[in-house]
Design a protein around this ligand. Structure first.
Ligand code: NOJ
Length: 543
């Protein structure tokens, strides 16, 4: 196959960094900071570790990185519980490391997006400590959602909302003398109290935090729970249990309220006031592609994660339907569509697609499909190595708060967060000079960056080739696509000068040769104007 061709042309880092509307076609690599690379041997990834590995990302051919939260935090939810939005947690380094990382990334032509967590703070944030120490009805409590309980003695939560991690979304406070007091709202863990976005102080503080990081040079923000900051007036009951199952399926009094859009419009103005196309990316769970598209209207955020694509079942029918719906919805507001297969909250797609050899075949094919689609794509660290979910972590090493709160949530998020294997035959496989905060499987020796580099059949080289070709072939990235006729179970999509064919079936298919093959996830056989495309495979063709 022609993977060599893919390595022949590389646009300069400078040319890439200057590209206008860069985010419309960008491939953005998600770095889960604590699991990417550890520089100091404490077994936890850090900012310096990332900086040392930036050449790997530049060579891989991505355009930007998104860093998960590295701010000062008690780590009750992997850093999504922020105690100080302007400080780097000592686990991950110091502010100068963030500065160095951004500068070095820019030097290599990579943009840097950081996570911002505006729906909730840590319970150790100075505001929440003041709130707990303050009076009911006082100004310190007005930054959060405090309410008296229901029932004769206030012993019942103020409403029936459930935490996304399981259990009630309310925790009762206790006064210094041990008397039970008001309750506070936390849609996630009790250590993550929800902020009250009706409070102007909250709005002003986050503008200031955004400016802090924009001034440091970051290229944008991934906005955590962008659909959750505004709650329905009066905090009405939902009237049923197992509410986590409704997330992304319907508008809830705490998710996807229309009021969030005004906040995002304000943030867009702030982003636009900085040079260099700084972007906002919504982590928003909306019930339909149309409602998701509201987050990326021209005066709102630039991108929103397409979780409909991530959660889509393997198969030509469902995939085509999701792709069509996604494209139509974003087209209606003029935004680029985004595509994502994995992140730090879901089971890795190699495993979701069936695991083992079949899962890997499908994961490789899905990657080529994703990178052929119009718009921007997200790559979660390790998917370029074909890493599977680690499904046998012992309970005692687990850290995900969802695991401990159980009930309806399977607590599966640690298995996709196991530190990356870089090199060598034994754990921690070059992750760092010490151990790794979650144990890595023995089989990962064969999956390391070192083991896969230079092997044309490896998943890493497949990604490298695809990312180079994506830049080289003018028809890829943002733009139009149309479907071509194809055998049942096969998707064939056409972009200018380009065709992508995906065989989702368990059997090979024979079809007319659509062009000159430039990249394929499996070996092809040609005979008299036809090609045999193996099961669960994807091919890129130049036409
Ligand atoms: C979404 C993040 O991706 C997830 O990891 C986190 O637990 C929740 N938001 C709460 O911040």
């Amino acid at each position: 196959m022609t993977q060599d061709l893919a390595h022949s042309v590389r646009p300069s880092a400078e040319a890439r960094a200057q590209a206008e509307g860069w985010w419309r076609s960008a491939v953005i690599y998600q770095v889960y900071v604590r699991s990417f690379a550890d520089s100091d041997g404490d077994g936890i990834g850090d900012l310096r570790g990332i900086r040392e590995r930036l050449p790997y990302l530049a060579e891989l051919g991505v355009d930007a990185l998104w860093l998960t939260p590295f701010y000062a935090s008690p780590q009750a939810d992997g850093g999504y519980d922020v105690a100080d939005y302007r400080a780097v947690d000592p686990l991950f380094g110091q502010l100068s490391d963030a500065d160095d990382l951004v500068r070095e990334a820019h030097r290599l032509g990579l943009r840097v997006i950081v996570d911002i967590v505006p729906n909730h703070t840590s319970d150790q944030h100075v505001w929440f400590r003041a709130a707990l120490a303050g009076e009911p009805e006082g100004a310190a409590r007005a930054r959060y959602h405090f309410r008296p309980g229901r029932g004769a003695g206030g012993e019942l939560p103020p409403n029936d909302w459930e935490s996304v991690f399981g259990g009630p979304a309310w925790t009762r406070t206790t006064g210094p003398d041990g008397t039970p007091g008001e309750w506070y709202l936390h849609l996630f863990a009790p250590e993550q109290p929800d902020l009250n976005w009706d409070n102007p102080e909250v709005r002003a503080e986050f503008e200031s935090v955004l400016r802090f990081w924009l001034d440091l040079g970051v290229d944008g923000f991934r906005i955590d729970v962008a659909h959750g900051m505004v709650k329905a007036p009066g905090l009405p009951d939902i009237g049923r249990t197992e509410q986590a199952k409704l997330i992304g399926a319907q508008v809830l009094p705490f998710f996807d309220q229309d009021g969030v859009h005004e906040i995002h419009r304000g943030w867009r103005q702030l982003l636009d006031s900085y040079a260099g196309e700084r972007i906002g990316v919504a982590e928003a769970w909306a019930p339909t592609p149309e409602r998701l598209a509201l987050y990326v209207r021209p005066d709102e955020l630039h991108q929103a994660f397409n979780f409909q694509f991530l959660t889509c079942a393997w198969g030509a029918g469902p995939m085509r339907e999701v792709i069509d719906q996604s494209l139509a919805a974003t087209l209606s507001v003029g935004a680029p569509t985004t595509w994502v297969l994995s992140n730090h909250d879901v089971v890795r797609h190699t495993t979701r697609y069936g695991g083992g050899e079949q899962g890997l075949r499908r994961a490789r094919a899905a990657a080529l499909l994703m990178l052929a689609l119009p718009g921007s794509a997200y790559v979660y660290q390790g998917e370029e190595l074909g890493l599977p979910e680690v499904v046998d972590l012992p309970d005692e090493v687990r850290q995900d708060p969802a695991f401990f709160r159980g009930d309806g949530q399977e607590g599966t998020r640690d298995g996709c967060r196991v530190p990356l294997p870089w090199s060598g035959g034994a754990a921690p496989y070059g992750f760092g000079p010490g151990g790794s905060w979650l144990p890595q499987p023995a089989a990962w020796a064969q999956l390391s960056v070192e083991a896969q580099s230079g092997d044309p059949r490896s998943t890493l080289e497949l990604y490298r080739s695809a990312l180079v070709l994506r830049r080289e072939l003018p028809g890829l990235g943002d733009g139009e696509m149309r479907w071509l006729e194809a055998p049942e179970g096969v998707l064939a999509l056409s972009r200018p000068g380009f065709v992508c064919t995906l065989n989702t079936l368990g059997d090979e298919v024979t079809m007319p040769v659509p062009g000159r093959p430039v990249l394929a996830t499996a070996a092809l056989e040609f005979a008299g104007g036809t090609v045999r495309i193996p099961s669960d495979s994807c091919v890129w063709w130049a036409v």
